[in-house]
Design a binder for this molecule. Sequence first.
Ligand code: BEZ
Ligand code: FE
Length: 291
Amino acid sequence: MKNVSMDTITQAFLDYCGEETDPRTLFVLSKMVEHAHAFAKETQLTHAEWMRGLKFLYDAGQISSPERNEFVLLSDVTGMSSLVDMIGSQHDGTSSSVLGPFHSVGAPEMDVGGDLKQDNEGATVVVEGYVRSIGGAPVEGARIELWQTAENGLYYSQDAAQEDFNLCCTLTTGPDGRYALTTVKPAPYKVPDDGPVGELFRATGRTPWRPSHLHFIVQAEGHKTLVTEVFADGDPYLDRDAVFGVREDLIMDYAEHTDHAALPPDLAVGQNVTLPWYKVDFDFVLAPENG
Ligand code: BEZ
Ligand code: FE
């Protein structure tokens, strides 16, 4: 198209896309360009501002590596990851939440009731609950992956002092859908802020902190895979999570216990728990695969 104008440039882009373009790709791409062009017009974007944005993306590419993806972090801190999560999980099951960059495939298997805390410093938390379908039926054979930070707010992959797969495990539910384990109380921590995303935080007066949380992936036949997190009621960062992961149904009480009376009877640690210990009761409700 010749003589492209501000009014015709969006259609000109669409006209350049050939008939062989996959329909969904064409739809998503056309909407993205429509919104980007509308954004430039609405903001009367200057050349200098656009170049600043492109430099940001260039810097994000420069700092990224197989171990660190600054674009995923950008998606997280702008709310895009959470928005896409919420679009994909509009059902009556447990809310999903961000995966984050610290999930490791291949976490060791642990029996129900097992001890993940081992020699880690910090207060003991007993996490216990059931995996159920919407409607309440227990889910046998559900695989629950859990990963979390140590008391210092670091994942094992960020901290040379921790062993590989420290505070990561995989459990499988029995016929009653129950799971239980002992672990350490996680701590709030900062998302990486030494790159362009950190600059964005500082330029906008935002905090890079996340409230303390336990990460879970729950998989079971016939059900949608659930990627979620469990947060602690009263955490100072619940209302300003840097990556917008907090949902009301994921905030749990860490009930304090000052004696051993309420410990579940099948824990591998038995009564060998320092006081006070904390109890989190959390059930996972899975949506049907084709719901
Ligand atoms: C995390 O929870 O581990 C996380 C999530 C998003 C960005 C950075 C860290
Ligand atoms: Fe995390």
